[in-house]
Write a protein that binds this ligand. Structure first.
Ligand code: C5P
Length: 252
């Protein structure tokens, strides 16, 4: 018999730069859930490859570099940190344009995905959590209570990413960011293992022409309806009444 889950998982998948992380963080804060951008696990492994001079187009080199590497997530005051071989990796090291570009080539291999899968599924078992990524609703947490899939045009996403790069002081142009986004979409959506695609029961959210506030209103409506259902059902999952009424004014 399958073990029933005791926790709630909200799965947010979709393309880079669609606002998944901003929305996921907001939602997690309001629900008092943990939040993890699961890309950080793959980014950390790509970082190790980069610092070890690995050619990321050579699978064997990647596997050799990461063979004995452990990857984990620790939460400190609800903020997640990636830990590689017991060493905490600073977030800013993982969000450079080099790491953006290298990560899909590391993340496409089964052996690498298994390391990340183990960590993510352990979190799903033990925490109320909003997980953001590419394969959460399809592979990591196929029984997530809520599944969202974010899309937006590549041009809009490139503008958003450009802004983020500028804010972190990185010198990069629009065209470079756009090409990087198109390349990443292609690599993530066309890999053999756990490709980026919506789960059959995912709710599609197009953020091309909406603000974070508009998107959040729509999603809050959805999330709180679902929470109400969980509370009303015979589910083993305990949802506090608080959660249902909390921020109900944020709904559409
Ligand atoms: O979401 P983020 O931009 O941090 O993801 C970086 C990369 O990590 C993605 O382009 C993708 O190659 C990989 N990734 C993945 N599966 C996830 C999350 C991220 O393959 N669940």
């Amino acid at each position: 018999m399958q073990n029933k889950r005791q926790n709630i998982c909200i799965a947010i998948d979709g393309y880079a730069g669609t606002g998944k992380s901003s929305l996921g963080k907001l939602l997690a804060t309001d629900l008092n859930f943990c939040f993890l951008s699961t890309g950080s696990l793959y980014r950390a492994m790509a970082y190790k490859c980069l610092t070890n001079g690995v050619d990321v187009h050579d699978k064997q080199q990647i596997l050799d570099a990461l063979k004995d590497t452990t990857v984990d997530i620790v939460f400190k005051d609800d903020t997640p940190y990636v830990v590689l071989n017991g060493q905490l990796i600073k977030e800013e090291l993982l969000h450079t344009k080099e790491i953006d570009a290298l990560t899909p080539f590391v993340a496409k291999h089964q052996e690498i995905r298994e390391k990340a899968l183990f960590v993510q599924q352990d979190l799903v078992k033990t925490k109320n959590i909003v997980l953001e990524g590419r394969d959460i609703g399809t592979v990591v947490a196929p029984d997530a209570e809520i599944k969202l899939f974010f899309t937006a045009s590549p041009e809009v996403r490139a503008e958003r990413r450009l802004q983020q790069h500028k804010e972190s002081g990185e010198n990069v142009g629009y065209e470079e960011v756009l090409q990087n986004i198109i390349m990443r979409d292609f690599e993530d959506a066309n890999r053999k293992i756990s490709p980026l695609k919506p789960a059959e029961d995912a709710v599609m959210i197009d953020t091309s022409h909406t603000t974070l506030q508009d998107t959040s209103k729509k999603i809050y409506g959805l999330v709180f309806n679902k929470m109400q259902q969980i509370l009303n059902s015979n589910s083993d999952i305990e949802v506090s009444e608080n959660l249902i009424t909390l921020n109900s004014e944020k709904q559409m």
